[in-house]
Ligand binder design. Sequence first.
Ligand SMILES: NC(=O)c1ccc[n+]([C@@H]2O[C@H](COP(=O)([O-])OP(=O)(O)OC[C@H]3O[C@@H](n4cnc5c(N)ncnc54)[C@H](OP(=O)(O)O)[C@@H]3O)[C@@H](O)[C@H]2O)c1
Length: 388
Amino acid sequence: MNASSTGQPYPPPPRSVRPAGRRRVRSARVDFLVAKDDLHRCRVAEAAERELEPGQALLSVDAFGLSANNITYAMFGEAMSYWSFFPAEEGWGRVPVWGFAQVIDSRHDSLGRGARVYGYLPPSSTLTVAPVRVGEHGFVDGSPHRAALPAAYNSYARVEADPSYDPRHEYAQMLLRPLFFTSWLIDDFLDDGGLLSADVVVISSASCKTASALAFLLARRGHGGVLGLTSSRGAEFTRGLGVYGEVASYEEISSLPGGRAVFIDIAGDAGVRDAVHDRYREQLAHSAVVGATHHDKMGQLPESLPGPRPAFFFAPDRVAKRAREWGREGLEERIAEAWHPYVEWTGGWLQITHGSGAEAVERAYLDLLDGRIDPARAHVLTLTTRPP
Ligand SMILES: NC(=O)c1ccc[n+]([C@@H]2O[C@H](COP(=O)([O-])OP(=O)(O)OC[C@H]3O[C@@H](n4cnc5c(N)ncnc54)[C@H](OP(=O)(O)O)[C@@H]3O)[C@@H](O)[C@H]2O)c1
């Protein structure tokens, strides 16, 4: 087991592609599990790999990214059904992650071994899927327990047909793609709703990757009023990103510049939210609840909160809307067009911490859970050390 940091942001990713024709020797599946009632309690369990049923395929989970986003999946595991994607034994959950996987066994007529895909995965060594709508772009997991869950999380994209894929940027894709995807959807939502005419777009937890991706997109549009709110420890880093018109600390909210404002709340911190609403009051055109990086400071929504009621921004709802209007491919192409320059930009500051093995996964998870986060860094992990 090891965890190492690279000085270079994006060294060439490791490959674990097995010859497509060779059948994998079955072993036990390894799962990283978290107690649903105490997110600090975690363990690694082994479960016997079940024989595939007709129509199923077995994916090896090759590598995945881990950031505050995954902690939010765990925090809202019950409320938002995040625990339901990859069920585990009673009382335990598998925190969803994004990463790359490979089909290593298949009893599906249209999906052969060797296909490499990107998608929503468990922190496990393998995942059994029941592919439906299999095509050159990938497939959807049609497993019955996923049928009622948001469709945006059930698709697996074949790397060779994915317009956002670049083999040089696999690490960035695992870490940043779901975050950038959300930021792109927020940027699109603001445009769609006529909210970009606001004088100020206030973004909390400005040092986090979701926030800076949104600021990057807004800066690209030429919006000069993007204001990042961050902790004093994150201020220097956040200013250095160069995508915010202004950066202020949480203590400075009462003296933020005036005008018509939009609030994109990624911190989920009740004190910050209340102070922003109090600063802008009826000048606040919209207040979007996006994240909860400060999950230890969430609080009740006061009835007396000035300005609009905060509205939850749920990315899959926007995906469904735009996929209806543009087709899923039309949406993917638009996002890819913005993704490539964004990834090039992150290459200038994002440092990746690599880890493999159960201990490395647990350490990274607990560090994130407890807020030991350097905004310039992010984790790329593998649960098992596989033979080359
Ligand atoms: N609604 C959606 O569909 C959607 C989709 C994607 C992501 N999100 C959300 O966006 C959020 C950001 O995720 P990310 O992966 O981009 O984050 P990240 O880069 O890993 O976040 C790091 C930042 O979180 C803040 N932070 C975390 N713990 C803290 C603590 N204990 N004390 C103080 N600050 C702490 C710090 O920001 P500051 O110091 O600047 O506050 C830190 O720089 C997550 O909550 C995620 O769920 C939502």
